[in-house]
Design a protein around this ligand. Structure first.
Ligand SMILES: [Zn+2]
Length: 276
């Protein structure tokens, strides 16, 4: 599933491709993806692209916004080759003869059309926790500070990895970057969130920022369906620290092989020797 670095990469490209263009037509091939409301976008000019956690928000000058969640296998591709295909479910025709395609193999993704001023107070976005990435995020969400992070961890005895991935606690982190941050911080993903010491909390907080920045630097991870709007793949999968590396010797301690377990139903990768 695209996480903060992937969605931020998408946002940056969409901003470049879409801002200033008008919506000429919207073809909805699957009502599971976009239930209704697309007529409100017709004639609207795109004035900005924001991100809230893993959600992309396209803002129009007629006070409507489109919320887009890619979930597991969604893609937003700007006039790519071989499109539309059988996994193309929504096609936005734009001024200047361009198109934006929403593709989704598994069809868990969604698009919702809402009034822009209702965006942050209701529904999905209103429930998101603060996000760790400070800098290019244009969401207006309160950033996750170390103090807030400590507060979140202290309140629950659930395993630390599950807490990191809970979007209502912290938004933007998913399975890849939660695994990566815990390895970097030398913390076992099964540990109770409350059991982390002050220094472990700080190390983990910094590790989260570090892996997200690395992910963004490489344009996200295309280990599954993720594609950039330009049609190119991300390259972070070539730089994974621990994700997907089960059975390989831990590159840090070189004393154990990376283990893979299931935690909260998700593949969890860690070094049993140096992640305490
Ligand atoms: Zn190790």
């Amino acid at each position: 599933m695209p996480e903060l670095p992937e969605v931020e990469t998408i946002r940056l490209q969409l901003e470049k491709f879409l801002v200033g263009r008008k919506i000429i037509a919207v073809e909805v091939r699957s009502r599971k993806i976009l239930a209704d409301g697309e007529k409100n976008l017709l004639g609207g000019k795109i004035i900005g692209v924001r991100r809230f956690g893993k959600v992309v928000v396209v803002d129009f000058d007629n006070d409507y916004s489109a919320l887009i969640h890619l979930k597991l296998t969604g893609q937003l591709v700007f006039q790519g080759p071989n499109l539309p295909g059988k996994h193309t479910h929504v096609i936005f025709s734009l001024s200047g003869g361009k198109k934006l395609y929403f593709n989704d193999l598994r069809k868990f993704g969604w698009i919702k059309i809402v009034k822009s001023d209702k965006l942050q107070v209701t529904g999905f976005i209103g429930k998101l926790g603060p996000e760790p990435f400070v800098g290019q995020a244009s969401s207006g969400q309160a950033p996750l500070t170390l103090e807030k992070f400590r507060e979140i961890l202290a309140k629950t005895s659930r395993s630390i990895k599950i807490v990191l991935m809970d979007q209502e606690k912290i938004s933007g982190l998913g399975n890849i970057y939660a695994n990566e941050a815990l390895w970097l911080a030398e913390i076992n993903p099964r540990r109770s969130s409350q059991s982390l010491s002050l220094s472990e909390q700080k190390t983990l907080f910094n590790s989260i920022l570090k892996v997200l920045k690395q992910g963004l630097r490489w344009g996200g991870a295309s280990d599954q369906a993720y594609l950039q709007p330009s049609g190119e793949e991300g390259k972070y999968q070539e730089h994974f620290l621990v994700y997907g590396r089960q059975g390989q010797i831990c590159p840090r301690c070189q004393k154990a092989k990376i283990a893979k377990i299931k935690l909260g139903g998700r593949g969890t990768y860690f070094c049993p020797f140096c992640q305490k």
